[in-house]
Design a protein around this ligand. Structure first.
Ligand SMILES: O=C(O)CCC(=O)C(=O)O
Ligand SMILES: [Fe+2]
Length: 217
């Protein structure tokens, strides 16, 4: 689907992403996903019914009360069956091979869900994977919100492995791609004051450690 010219055009982008991951363990790229694709993904979300989005859970935790204290987003997993979702999954697969070529990370597959944070929603500080207990190794988040303003909240805050001083504060602006090592960076989503749409995804390695899936599928 993505030919030679496409790859050449994007070589510099992949190089930057790989370099930043090596240097810092994370990367924030402001045009990480082509604008046209972001536009298609926004339309796709509009086609989906509110009912398609389900309350996100924490691990295998069934306790609704505890969940709502931690996260209030609603999610829907992406599927290859829809052409727009499939285009996104293909783009992320191109990125997967680009990273494997440069960093030998052995990224094996990718799973991703749309997330909707209604007004008032947040996701408290957490890590996406615990060392040695998961096969999720690299987190990606792509934002789909046009002209997001500072006073609309909903920032992603990244923390260092230890300590409470944030290292990054990211506005969920359309096209921005955030990528970080899943077991290294605690992070949180501050309360959103406007509907906030994103796609969160995880590259996984192929091992048998992964018995903890968060959120459950
Ligand atoms: O939407 C974001 O900025 C981050 C979401 C997140 O941390 C997650 O879904 O695990
Ligand atoms: Fe997360």
């Amino acid at each position: 689907m993505f030919g030679h010219t496409f790859m050449n055009q994007h070589t510099a982008f992949f190089d930057t992403l790989a370099d930043e991951l090596v240097d810092r363990g994370y990367a924030i790229l402001h045009q990480g996903v082509p604008a046209e694709l972001c536009c298609q993904l926004r339309s796709r979300i509009q086609e989906l019914d509110d009912e398609d989005f389900k309350r996100a859970g924490i691990g295998r935790e069934q306790d609704h009360q505890i969940n709502t204290q931690i996260r209030r987003d609603q999610i829907r997993w992406l599927s290859q069956n829809n052409p727009t979702e499939n285009t996104y999954l293909n783009w992320m697969d191109t990125l997967r091979s680009a990273l494997n070529q440069r960093l030998f990370m052995g990224l094996f597959d990718y799973e991703a869900h749309f997330a909707h944070y209604p007004v008032g929603a947040f996701y408290k500080r957490h890590v996406d994977a615990f060392k040695g207990r998961t096969n999720r190794v690299l987190t990606t988040v792509v934002y789909l919100n046009k002209d997001w303003q500072k006073d609309e909240g909903g920032e992603l805050i990244l923390y260092p492995e230890t300590g409470d001083t944030p290292i990054e504060c990211v506005l969920p602006e359309s096209g921005t791609l955030v990528c970080f090592l899943s077991d290294r960076f605690p992070h949180e989503v501050l309360t959103a004051y406007r509907d906030r749409y994103s796609i969160a995804g995880w590259y996984r390695v192929n091992n048998t450690l992964g018995d903890q899936i968060d959120p459950p599928r």
